[in-house]
Design a protein. Structure first.
Length: 347
């Protein structure tokens, strides 16, 4: 039965009066349950439920110099890549006394600065932020943060505090080398959004084709627009309006790759016999497409989970022996890039 109190919010003292203990004991039971007996803890939890007591995070922060909230900054809430990261983060906090509050920077440097100020004013227990390309202001805010900070999604030479991710340059370089090893000579790059991670993938592609003597700037098409399957169709159309001499395409993500596949099918271009195709991130749809699409697998949920583990370890006063974790990536070769190899073997 909920309390029928109508004047004011239920307090720790209210809970303590009903339980016949002090407010400090109630606080201890809720924050450090191992410090009270199981019987008393159960009694207090029942009264909390009956009265509808809700902890005041501001008061808690003032008392302990932090809240029990881990702040997370991501650039998109609709991109399935970051949805996977969030799943890993929520799995990591499960069973702990901490909760997650996330903010969407929408790929905006200014919005990231604004959200960091908001989060830091709320005294978070920890911060998890996407990327390594913060502005000078954001980096200064993170350096001054009085909590553990983990940068995720990338590797870089100068972490603010801790870091877990992988090299987008290396992953794209290896994917392009896979296409080159398959005998492809006219390898195009399609990129959207062109955030720093995509730019590093373009750099990896460029390095690989230049080393092989296959670089052609006319085979690169990029746009600041957000990635969608439909945009993949459009970018292939734009590419083919520029040149018909293409035998493979590396897309900076799987949405674009799926759109390219659909547009090839609409134009009756055989994948992989006429055009090889490679995506990035290895979303579920890559393995079930027809033909299955080669992609670069990234360990997004693991990234989120490991970031939370680092934060929780620091909060508990434990040493983090590996503050920079490179999860790397895995190239997943599938039928979409095997056409040239099959033709070579049959020659």
């Amino acid at each position: 039965m909920k309390s029928d109190r109508s004047a004011g919010k239920v307090t720790l003292a209210d809970v303590g009066r009903v339980a016949n203990v002090s407010a400090i004991t109630v606080s201890r039971a809720l924050r450090k349950p191992e410090m009270v007996s199981p019987k008393l803890r159960q009694r207090i939890e029942e009264i909390v439920e009956q009265l509808g007591y809700v902890p005041d995070p501001v008061a808690r922060a003032l008392a302990s110099d932090r809240t029990d909230v881990i702040g997370v900054l991501i650039p998109s809430v609709t991109n399935s890549v970051f949805a996977d990261v969030l799943r890993g983060i929520y799995a990591g906090v499960e069973g702990s006394p901490f909760s997650v509050q996330f903010g969407n920077t929408r790929y905006s440097v200014l919005e990231e600065e604004r959200l960091l100020r908001v989060f830091l004013s709320q005294r978070p227990a920890g911060l998890i932020v996407s990327g390594i390309d913060q502005s000078e202001t954001s980096r200064a805010l993170l350096m001054q943060a009085r909590c553990p900070v983990v940068q995720i999604m990338e590797m870089g030479p100068a972490p603010v505090d801790m870091m877990v991710g992988f090299s987008h340059f290396d992953a794209a370089y290896d994917a392009t080398r896979h296409l080159i090893a398959g005998g492809y000579q006219r390898i195009a790059f399609l990129g959207a959004r062109m955030d720093p991670r995509t730019q590093r993938r373009l750099e990896g592609y460029t390095q690989a084709v230049k080393e092989a003597g296959l670089f052609d700037e006319g085979l690169i098409i990029t746009t600041p627009r957000a990635s969608t399957v439909g945009l993949g169709c459009q970018l292939l159309s734009d590419l083919m309006a520029r040149t018909q001499k293409i035998d493979a395409i590396f897309c900076n993500n799987d949405d674009l790759a799926l759109g390219v596949l659909f547009e090839c099918q609409r134009r009756r271009i055989a994948v992989p016999d006429e055009i090889g195709l490679c995506g990035f991130n290895d979303l579920e749809m890559m393995a079930v497409a027809n033909p299955p699409i080669t992609s670069v697998r990234t360990f997004r949920q693991e990234m989120g989970r490991r970031a939370v583990e680092m934060v929780l370890a620091r909060i508990a006063g434990k040493d983090v022996p590996q503050p920079v974790v490179d999860l790397r990536y895995e190239l997943m070769p599938r039928l979409s890039t095997r056409g040239q190899e099959r033709l070579r073997r049959g020659a």
